[in-house]
Design a protein around this ligand. Structure first.
Ligand code: ADP
Length: 243
């Protein structure tokens, strides 16, 4: 469904590339996690996958409709939650088409899925950062994508809401869609994604099965901090050993 071969990107006025030689593949029903330190090019890579930034080398093959959940969105108008989410349907209906009854039904279902149905008539701009994130995910769900791409979807959320987002991504993948998300949390990657891409400036990226790629050795090198992976009761855990 997604095949990325040896891609590189450089900002127009920059001397050096942000990344080079990224390779990965993803099938329908799979989740890919992208991990890397701040400034390692995760957002830039996501924008390249969305076709917003032109790569200077390599090839991106994507079959299907993509939908994007940005890290932050501020609405210039005072939209209600429902208005914000139903906009997701405009990709199929055309930007200026009136939403249909079916679109509003989908909107309610998506809000239910992310646990925000009770907020449907509230103003989007009055919501907390975490709640807005859930609304942006609901909007992406309404666009019925084949591939959902999320930029650090859990970074502003408390543990319970992080779990809700992870469960929603799993739900989307279980519907036969591909999901790509960036995160600073290796444990989340281990928990939900079949595949992981590790990215770091001036270093070849590492791609493979999450259970193999998210090793103590790879993660400690990636973040330049000792990181331990082990078991606690029934669960696998990954923890940084702060200095
Ligand atoms: P991450 O998401 O991993 O934190 P980004 O993709 O946001 O990384 O940024 C990677 C690098 O690209 C950073 O060094 C950042 O300063 C640089 N960068 C981001 N946007 C631009 C831009 N529009 N022009 C030039 N450099 C940029």
């Amino acid at each position: 469904m997604i095949k990325v071969k040896n891609i590189g990107y450089k900002y127009p006025k920059a001397k050096t590339s942000i990344f080079e030689g990224h390779n990965f593949e993803l099938e329908a029903g799979e989740i890919l996690a992208i991990l890397g330190p701040n400034g390692s090019g995760k957002t830039t890579l996501i924008k390249s996958l969305l076709g917003l930034l032109p790569i200077f080398e390599g090839e991106i093959k994507i079959n299907g409709v993509r939908s994007y959940v940005p890290q932050h969105t501020l609405s210039p108008f005072d939209y209600s939650v429902t208005e914000m989410v139903v906009m997701g349907a405009s990709g199929q209906n055309g930007l200026f088409a009136e939403p249909t009854k079916a679109d509003f039904k989908k909107t309610d279902e998506a809000l239910e899925q992310v646990g925000m149905l009770d907020w449907r008539d509230e103003s989007f701009s009055h919501l907390s950062g975490g709640q807005r994130q859930m609304i942006l995910i609901a909007r992406a769900l309404v666009s019925s994508p084949d591939i959902m791409i999320l930029d650090e979807p859990t970074s502003a959320l408390d543990y319970r809401n992080q779990d809700k987002v992870l469960q929603t991504m799993k739900y989307v993948a279980d519907q036969g869609k591909a999901v790509i998300f960036s995160t600073h949390c290796p444990l989340q990657a281990l928990h939900v994604s079949q595949k992981t891409l590790l990215v770091k400036n001036n270093t070849p990226s590492i791609f493979g099965l999450s259970k193999d790629v998210l090793s103590q050795e790879n993660l400690s090198k990636l973040y330049q901090l000792p990181i331990a992976r082990g078991r606690l009761e029934q669960s696998e855990i990954i923890v940084p050993l702060y200095s």
